[in-house]
Design a protein around this ligand. Structure first.
Ligand code: KIV
Length: 264
């Protein structure tokens, strides 16, 4: 099977072929997801919550993401591997370049940064230095203390217009993929239609170019909590492989997410 690349992800968007993505943090799950045909695997800083048991992602260090990226890369043959730049790891230019290079050397093919227009120069600098970048807008969990909780973003006209403007600016700066988290379905549709690059949604409705879930959520094992936008695929399946297979099939067909998983 041919390895997924920035070029094939772009082609998938242009052909309306939905992109399936999951988080993973170790080689065994990465291998299983890869074998089932997941297109993108993210080593998310969600590891702070689902692996370490924290109530936010802020404690996650670059070394931790690099360690888990190395594990995931070893298990992956076909999927495109993206690693999260954790909180404060891209606060200034030099740190950003060194930290991004650590994640690329660990096995990532792209790094993901949370934030809007304040990142434009950083993104340009990374691209100039041959580091592909994924943006992340909407609910950006690293800003949870500024936002005041894990809340749906872009619900009023002013916020929605600002988010669309940020997405266009990030694309102009060179990002090659965008994660859109917890925004109304209509806004996610608008952003996905406005951008040429793939937009991957989580809690953003069915009209994005692909979907991502935190693996612990899609197996229903996140401690005492199932987000509205997620679905427990183990309920209808007897084993993990068929659960992942069903998730991929439902993303590809557009069956997931349904209205019950979307915000308005
Ligand atoms: O950290 C993470 O797992 C993420 C996903 C929720 C997209 O950023």
């Amino acid at each position: 099977m041919k390895k997924v690349s920035t070029a094939s992800l772009l082609k998938m968007k242009s052909e309306g072929d939905k992109i399936s993505a999951l988080t993973a943090y170790d080689a065994s799950f990465a291998k299983l997801f890869d074998e089932q045909g997941v297109d993108v695997i993210l080593i998310g800083d969600s590891l702070g919550m689902v692996l370490k048991g924290d109530d936010s992602t802020l404690s996650v260090t670059l070394d931790e993401v690099a360690y888990h990226t190395k594990c995931v890369a070893k298990g992956t043959t076909r999927a495109f591997v993206v690693a999260d730049m954790p909180f404060m790891s891209f606060a200034n230019e030099n740190d950003t370049y060194m930290n991004a290079s650590t994640l690329m050397r660990a096995g990532a093919s792209m790094v993901k940064l949370e934030g809007g227009e304040w990142l434009l120069k950083t993104i340009e600098g990374l691209i100039e230095r041959s580091v592909p970048v994924c943006g992340h807008l909407g609910l950006t969990p690293q800003s949870v203390n500024v936002i005041g909780g894990f809340k749906v973003q872009g619900r009023n006209t002013e916020q929605a217009e600002a988010l669309l403007k940020s997405a266009l600016a990030l694309e102009q700066a060179g990002i090659q993929m965008l994660v859109l988290e917890c925004v109304p379905q209509q806004l996610a549709k608008q952003v996905s239609e406005a951008l040429k690059i793939p937009v991957i949604g989580i809690g953003a409705g069915a009209d994005t170019d692909g979907q991502i879930l935190v693996m612990h959520d899609m197996f229903g094992i996140s401690a005492n909590y199932m987000p509205k936008f997620s679905k427990n695929y183990l309920v209808e399946n007897h084993d993990i492989r068929s659960a992942v297979g069903q998730y991929i099939a439902e993303v590809k067909s557009g069956e997931f997410p349904s209205q019950e998983h979307a915000f308005s």
